[in-house]
Design a binder for this molecule. Structure first.
Ligand SMILES: [Ca+2]
Ligand SMILES: [Ca+2]
Length: 345
């Protein structure tokens, strides 16, 4: 299987101090600069990152499961449906507790798939146009926004067009957490200013809401937008420099939640193998599919990369569109020798 086609859309700006003789990419350009001048060198950044084969601890901790259950109760209210949802959510998390998982090597997109990348697929007749016209225009206002309002099947089709596939839930979590058991892509510290999330409604609103809920039996599904991190809605991909994961990914905490391969079942990881686990299901997008990483409309806790969100149990069927759900693609690893041979042909 081929690796994603390289793109030069995203560039890093490497600054070379020629007088100091710093070694940087584009050394030839630096060498041509007069001594003492600051030279800015632009080079393309790989659109995918490599994750080596290995074993990691996948799953949620007891403490984070308890916190997520408490957040579920606060967020979704006190209606009968909400209480039932959170009870089932707690049970599912208890079937997702930490365990050792071994994966083959793979590659994964460094960033969420963008509107511009998806437009290119539509223009090449590789993808359906529906995600670009299905929702509010603000979600497609810029090519560097993450694509949302995309179904699981459409996400799969895009990844196939690009020579890849959706990541499995295990691959997605390993890319976000590495091998050292970290809670967040950047480490163990809660840093809510460094990723795009939503917020829980204030207590007074919850009290008013819950009184109304009890009368109406209403279930609240999402939290409120929060611009304290710089963005109330989805941010252009890669906007947060300090959220980088152990292999170089961005936005695995927040921004838009991301479809992965696995079907949602209440039994969590039960009955899955410890080597390359995946629950593919058999009905494509017509069943509940896991989304990972939280989003601009979820409270920060739900961005923990070991979690699923509670509404995954109710409304996230793979054939539905949501303005906070996008995706990134994964690719089977190619042996260096095979890649070299392919490039020579
Ligand atoms: Ca935000
Ligand atoms: Ca994300």
């Amino acid at each position: 299987m081929s690796i994603a086609r390289p793109g030069a859309r995203f560039v890093a700006r490497a600054v070379a101090l020629a007088a100091a003789g710093c070694a940087v990419a584009g050394a030839a350009a630096a060498a041509r600069a007069p001594a003492g001048r600051v030279v800015r060198v632009e080079r393309p950044v790989a659109t995918t990152v490599a994750v080596p084969a290995g074993t990691f601890e996948m799953g949620v901790s007891d403490d984070d499961a308890a916190t997520a259950y408490a957040v579920c109760g606060y967020l979704h209210g006190e209606s009968e449906d909400a209480l039932a949802l959170c009870a089932v959510y707690r049970d599912m998390l208890l079937h997702m507790l930490a365990r050792d998982v071994t994966l083959d090597a793979f590659r994964i997109d460094r960033l969420e798939v963008t509107v511009g990348e998806y437009r290119a697929c539509v223009a090449a007749s590789g993808c359906a146009i529906d995600p670009l016209i299905a929702g509010d225009e603000r979600h497609v206002a810029s090519d560097d926004l993450p694509l949302v309002n995309v179904t699981w099947d459409e996400a799969e089709a895009f990844c196939a067009w690009r020579g890849g596939r959706l990541p499995t839930e295990a691959e997605w979590e390993r890319a976000a957490r590495g091998d050292d058991g970290r809670r967040w892509p950047w480490g163990n510290t809660d840093r809510h200013d460094d990723f795009n999330h939503g917020q829980l409604p204030p207590d007074v609103m919850v009290e008013l809401r819950d009184a109304d809920d009890r009368a109406r039996g209403r279930l609240y599904l999402h939290a409120d937008p929060d611009d304290s991190d710089g963005h109330a809605y989805a941010a252009p991909v890669g906007s947060y420099l300090w959220d980088e994961g152990p292999y170089g990914t961005h936005d695995q905490a927040g921004n838009v939640a991301e479809w992965v391969v696995d079907e949602v079942v209440l039994e969590g990881y039960d009955d899955l193998p410890s080597v390359n686990p995946v629950r593919r299901g058999s009905y494509g997008g017509a069943v509940a599919r896991v989304v990972r990483g939280g989003s601009w409309r979820d409270p920060p806790t739900f961005a923990l990369p070991s979690l699923r969100v509670a509404v995954n149990l109710l409304v996230l069927r793979g054939d539905q569109r949501h303005p906070h759900i996008g995706f990134r693609c994964a690719y089977d690893a190619v042996e260096p020798a095979a890649a070299t041979a392919a490039a020579a042909n």
